[in-house]
Each structure stands twice: as structure tokens, then as C-alpha cells.
Design a protein around this ligand. Sequence first.
Ligand SMILES: *Cc1c(COP(=O)(O)O)cnc(C)c1O
Length: 813
Amino acid sequence: MIEKFLAKELIERIEGKLQRNFGREPEDATKQQIFRAVCLVIRDMMSELWLENQEILNDPVKKQVIYLSMEFLPGASLRNNLFNLGLSEAFQEALAAYGQNIEELYELEPDAGLGNGGLGRLASCYLDAVSSLEMAGHGMSICYEYGIFKQKIQDGNQVETADDWLSLGDIWLIEKEDEKEEVHFGGKLEEVWDDTGKMKLIHRDYTTVIAIPKDMLITGFDSRVVNTLRLWQSTSPISIDMGLFAKGEYLKSMEEKHKAEVISKILYPEDAHEEGKMLRINQQYFFISASMHTLVKNHLKVSENLDDFHHHYAVHINDTHPTMAIPELMRIFMDEYDYEWESAWDIVTKTISYTNHTVMPEALEQWPENLFAKLLPRLHSIVKEIDRRQNANLLKAFPDEEALRNEMAIIHNGKLRMANLCVTASHTVNGVSALHSTILREKLFHGFYRMTPDKFTNVTNGIAYRRWLCQANPKLSELIEELCGPGFKKDASELAGLLAYQDDASVLERLRSIKKENKLILAEYIKNHNNIIVNPDSIFDVQVKRLHEYKRQLLNLFHIMDLYNQLRENPQMEMQPRTFIFGAKAAAGYYMAKQIIRLACQLSAQLEKDPAVRDRIKLVFLENYSVSLSEMIMPAAEVSEQISLAGKEASGTGNMKLMLNGAITLGTMDGANVEIYEAVGRENMFLFGMQVEEVDQMNQEGLYSPWCYSQGNANIANILELMSKGINDVSFMDIVNSLTTGFNGASDPYYVIADFESYKQAQKNVTAAYQDINRWQKMSLANIAGAGIFSADRSVKEYAERIWGIDSIYDIL
Ligand SMILES: *Cc1c(COP(=O)(O)O)cnc(C)c1O
């Protein structure tokens, strides 16, 4: 158990921090200073817990996981840490003594937005679970000075502004100057022969960048185990070249420093998309090299050599972005510790495991070989050797299948394919939902699966459900606790206890009234931010996620435009009012995604202008979708739009957060939607659209003609016409063309038009179900009750048992 603190003790501590850090008494401290003082008090408590476990953690036979990810999306930490430590009430009371409301401090905190979306959020959910399960595990990533951009909507267009999260978010970071590392870029390789006649490679003329660790402490719920998320910040060993400065070359004298610092300056804002950029390679190698050096050093503090490295560390690669861990570990073992290739390879491959997050070709990382060789010559030579040896294996395994061998090669046509390198070097490879893992085995990695079937497994994603239930939706959480006891906070499967109440009219009524209260809170937010008054009795229909064509926000907009056309034609039409809520950031350079945002915004304005429709359908585009915003939206949502083209969404996790809050999924058989369906049954969700097999068949036949569809379907033709003629006086010809004739590629590649009728019917079913209040609430309850398996605790337990080989640090060995 974690110590309890009285409000009185906390007041003393907070006052102490205010006095010593800011020279202020509470009555003349600013809100920011109080926020900082409170965080510092909590940080001290977390540090004490962290120190308590250092001895166990440094024991080389107690294995720990190192979770490598280019992205982490922790969101805000204050509320989460207080909740995990069981100190929310005590701090609330302490702050009340100053007339401070803790909610206001929560609102003050900027999100740590060191990720784009689902992938980074998953990494953060897993760290929470590792700590909550009292396991040892650390995240490693980059301390981006600017995280994911802040999105503003101006004149219906997305505008990006810099996210200066460190101005207050730095309060959670502890700089460990003494644990800094050197990272070497560029230069050339030289072969030298030592006295014993052994050839050694010497790396010369490289550029050195310093990596400084900034540690964020990660608490778990009701757990004494505090782990760290280590974020590396880049800097130069030379802050200024005095020679150049003396010559009057002022800008040049600081160039080295700027070049080094640019590495950790900003997060690439592309989600599920890669571009072969130099800075991106530098970012990856920077955090990987620093991280691997730290692991090796720490291991050698407690062990004689690196032979047992894999007993100490399970190194996990979150998507291919950290793949360089493979050649970098090989390099350190061979060049710095004199290991032979075979023994180094043996240890490295027992250490590394890999999660694939996408099958979409544009997201699979491939580096131009010549660029890679220039930036990282030694890593390039190691990857070449891995490829050479792998090719020999492939030739043995598939002597008569040249095409397959080419597909599986690590280096091919002047490109380094990171996914193939990962699969080759990992002891385990997993997808993130049952369907996605099947697609990996049967398609993307089929050759590898034939060679090494036991390597492949599935771990369905999960979420830090306490954040979206207990913290974000306290009323629902209290109701569940009252009905089922507090056990669900430790064991999400206990949510199933709710099913006992599915026919209890008073419970269903309380669920309804909680949803209504949450809708009112969101309605207030919408009024203040969008200047739109929404009807709290309308259906809150939510699609929040990154903007990507495969996620098909456009299909949702098609349905709204169709309703609009119908209402204009038939103004007397009876319909259950709906509020369509969108939240989505588009990558800054993703033209079509930005057009779709523009369409949503113009449609919103057009509907609002039209007195004949605005009381029945409304569209609200909430700007700057982020973890904190999601915590307000999920509790108020009633319909969860999960409408990606089947086979494209690896798992999704927004779908899990929404069902947990009682929203009902309207979705395709894609990603984890399939498992939601298995958990709640057909009667508790709305399924539509083509299945993966049908999509595959359509692709193979190659006969799909969206233009023909639209000719045969007046509703679709009308929608296309509306978009061409203009919505709120803006025409969307590029979107129309992308669907009908193709815009820089195939027409309607994500089958929006093909799935439209099926989607429309499913939407009709939603309305019908909603009108039966009892039925709807029962569905809602079934979704909350069935959400237990989507806990990140469950996912992490599976990783721990089946992949990493770790367990609670308190378990006797
Ligand atoms: C959960 C989450 C996501 C992932 O949403 P999907 O619907 O699974 O794509 C993205 N961004 C944020 C801020 C989230 O909290």
C-alpha cells in the first residue's frame, strides 16, 4: 500500500516548495507557481518510490522490458499521478485551504504530445500498465522540444501552430546530466589490423552529438513500482566555436550547436506515413544509440560481460521506427566489446521483439541505401551483412521462388526495408488485433511465416482504462463501484458484473442520466469553442481520430450530406436530431486530409445557416483533438464511428475508449472492431460494409467503378453534385475527382462509395435503436460490461508472459 498523507502535511510541503523554488508565500503565488509546487511535491513522492526499487531493478536476473518508441503520448500527468497514488482527495483538500480548485490546476497542464495518435498513445498506455502490474519496464524516446502541433481552425481550414509544451510540462522531467551519452554520425570506416592479426573497424571523422536524458516518472495504479520514460534531448559538445567567433563569423560559430539541437527539436507530424528524410534517420539513430549504450553500460555494472544481456533486458520495438536497435546492438557488441558475429547475433536476436502497426505500403519504412550509408556507415555495413546471411537462408528455404525471396530481402532495389529487418532479427513478431495478425501471417509476412511460424503471434491492443473511466468519467465510475464494488479498478474483467443489471430499469435510467450530464458538459464546451448550441437530447455521434483517407471520415460526411439533401427535399421529414462530432488532425502536408477537414467545416457552417435543418442535424468540428480533449468527448459519446475500410485499421484504440464509456460502435469488421463484436454480440453494435475478403476480391477483379455506382444511385449523384456546386460557397472538386476519376491515383481507393448504402442502412438502424430508450441503454450497458478485455493490463500481461518473459518485481524468483 502507498502511504496516506493528511492535507496538513501536504500544505506544508507545497508551501515549502513555493518558498524555496519561487520565493513566494501561497497568497501571492501565481497559478503556474502553485501548479509547479504541487507537481514538485508529487515528484518527490514518486522519486522516493522509484529509489525504493532500484536494488531489485538493477538485479540482472530480474528481467525488465525496454519499450522503444519514437512516440509517446502521455497527455496530462497531474490527475493521473494523483489518482494512481490515491492522493486525489488529500490534494484537493490541501488546495482548498488556499481557495484553489484542483480542477483548475488540471486544466492548466499542457498535454505532453510527443506522438501523433494511436501508436504513441498505446506506448503510454502500456507504460501505465507495466507500473500498475508492478513490473519493471522503461520507455525510451526523444524529448521533442515541440510535440504534435496545435490545430486551429481558421476560416474552415486547419492551421498548425507550435506546441511549446515544455514551458510548463518540463515540471515532470528530471534531467540526469551524469547519464548523458555520445552519439556518432557520419564519418568513414577504416580497417586496421591489431597485434593478434585481427581486423578491426575504426570509425573516424564522425560528428558527435550529446544525448541528455530527461526522465519522466511513470506511476501505476495502487502500485509502489515507479518506472521511467527516458526522453533524450540532443545537444552539441561544442556550444560555440571561439575561433570562428573571433573571426567575426558569428552565425557559423554556433552552427554545430544548432545542427545537433535540431535532432530533438520537433516531432514529425505524419501519422501512418513515412518519407525518407535525413532528419528522421538522424532522430531514430540518435535515440536508439543513446538508449542501447545506456543498457549495455547498466548491464555491465551488474554483470561481468554481455553474455547474459538478454536475461536482463527484453527490448521491444514499437513499429519499425526503432529498428536501428538491431544493428546498433550488433555494432556495440562487436566493435566495442569484441564479440564475434555469431555470438552477438545470438544474444541480440534473443533480446529483440517487434510489433507491427500497419500493413499500408505508404507507412512501411524504407530508407534509400545511399543516404543511410552516408549518415550511418557502420550500421549500413552491418545491415548489409545481416541481409547477406539472410539471403543465404532464403535461398535454402525457397530455392525456386525468386519473387518471394526478393519480397523478403532486407535490401532491395537500393532500399533498406525496416520491417523485413525487424522480422528477421526478432524472436517474436506480433500484430495488434486478431484480424491484423492474421493479415500479417497470410499476406504481408507470409514468406517469413512459412519459414518460422512460431515467431508470429497476436496481442490485441488495450487502453489505460482507468484514465478514460475512473478519471475522465467519475460519475460512471462511481455507479459501477456502487453496483459491482471497487475491484474493477484493478481487474477490468470485473466490469462484466454490470451485466447483472441489464434488466434493472433504475440502473439503466441512471446510466442515461450520467450520459446526459456528460453531454451537457461537452455541449457547454462546444458552445464556448465553436459558438454552436447543440441539443443535448440529440444523438451524440462521434468520430475522433487522426484524419486519414482510410479511416473514411468522408463516408461519415457523405451520410450527413445525404441527410441534408433529404431534409431540403422534404423539410417536414421526421427525424431524431443528431449532433455529428468530429475531431481530427491532418498531417501538415497531407492535401486530401486537409480538404476533408475543410469539407467538414464548411458543411458545419452550411447546416448552421439553414433554419430548415439546423435543429435536426448539426456538425461540430472540435479543433485540436488530443488526449485531454478525448477525455471530455468519450464520456459524452453515444455512437462510436469506427468505419475504416476493412483490412486497413490495424486495431484502433479509440473504439475501446468509446465503448468503455457506453458508446455503441457503428463499424466495419476491421481491426479490434471484430473483437468488440465478439465481446458484445451483433445485437450490441451496428455492423456494415464489406469484409476483408470482399475488399480483396474487389481489388483483384479490378472492376470497381465508383463512377458507375454514382450513375446508378441518385443519392450519391446528389452528394457529388452538392460538393461540386459548393458547400457554403466552397467547391470540393478535388475530393469529387478523387472518388470518381482519381486524384493522383486510383479512384475511390478506400471504397467510400461502394460501402455507402450499407453504411446508410446501419445509420438508420442506429436511429431506430435510439428511439427505444430502454433498448439503447441496455446496449450501452453491455458495451461497458464487455470492455474489460480491452484493458492495457491484459495486453501487457500477454506481452510479459508470451514475449518478454518478465513478471512482477515482487514475485519470488
Ligand atoms: C486513442 C487516441 C487515438 C487513437 O484513435 P483511433 O480511433 O484508434 O485511431 C488518437 N489520438 C488520441 C489523442 C487518442 O487519445
